[in-house]
Design a protein around this ligand. Structure first.
Ligand code: ZN
Length: 239
């Protein structure tokens, strides 16, 4: 049940089938010289759509902006503050709750630590505020924590093997060749203004290890895991 395509009447009828909604969260962010700026949004939305083909769940229109830290100086990255992200998600969840939704999956295509912390923080606040809701917050990368057999590249996290594989499977026409293996050399814990200087290509991992076949397996695994999660979330009732 993709909300952006539904009428008021269809939405109301859908509430008789489920009270669960996935809110896909993306970014407008550089993804190397080979993947589009909308990679995170495309991936989160695609995953959500595939979940909705297998179970009754509402898919909210995606939030196309997120908090981007390490890539903020790279061309094309258009970020919002963590505070703005919290406020937007809070308003969206409150409004969905007003319309009858009770279980919320905030599914992020972007896995940045401050971005995820903001989503978790607002999730905790909403739990306190609205007693009858349940919330799960996760990034797509969380679905590959036990990557093991699927992912060869150590520490692959941005525009590398995982994201390039998934895009080769879901939007091959948007993949412009392959970038080389790269890892940032940011001098942590020293904070730097010109982050691009330490990370010129904007790739964190190895896109040359990517393939359509791996992408297909990753997407199917991710869909299974989100479905499992929703089943757990729907039966998870407190108080
Ligand atoms: Zn990404």
């Amino acid at each position: 049940m993709i909300m952006e395509k539904m009428t008021m009447t269809e939405f109301e009828k859908g509430l008789g089938k489920t009270r669960t909604v996935i809110i896909p969260v993306g970014t407008v962010e550089e993804h190397g010289p080979h993947l589009p700026l909308s990679t995170d949004t495309i991936q989160a939305m695609e995953l959500a759509k595939r979940v909705s083909q297998r179970m009754n769940v509402f898919i909210a229109p995606p939030l196309h902006y997120g908090f981007c830290r390490s890539t903020r100086c790279h061309p094309g990255t258009i970020g919002i503050s963590a505070g703005a992200l919290r406020l937007i998600i809070r308003d969206i969840v409150r409004s969905l709750h007003l319309h009858g939704l009770r279980s919320f999956v905030i599914l992020s295509g972007h896995a940045g630590s401050i971005h995820m912390a903001a989503l978790n923080e607002v999730g905790e606040e909403l739990l306190e505020e609205i007693p009858e809701i349940s919330i799960a917050v996760l990034s797509e990368m969380d679905l590959f924590l036990d990557k093991g057999v699927l992912v060869e590249t150590e520490g692959d996290s941005h525009a590398g093997e995982v994201e390039t594989s998934m895009m080769l499977y879901i939007r091959p026409e948007l993949v412009k060749g392959r970038a080389s293996k790269e890892y940032p050399t940011l001098p942590k814990p020293i904070l730097v203004r010109d982050k691009r200087k330490y990370w010129p290509g904007g790739v964190w991992g190895d896109p040359s290890k990517a393939s359509r076949d791996k992408g297909e397996k990753m997407i199917h695994l991710a869909v299974d895991k989100v479905i499992d999660l929703i089943e757990k979330l729907e039966s998870h009732r407190e108080g």
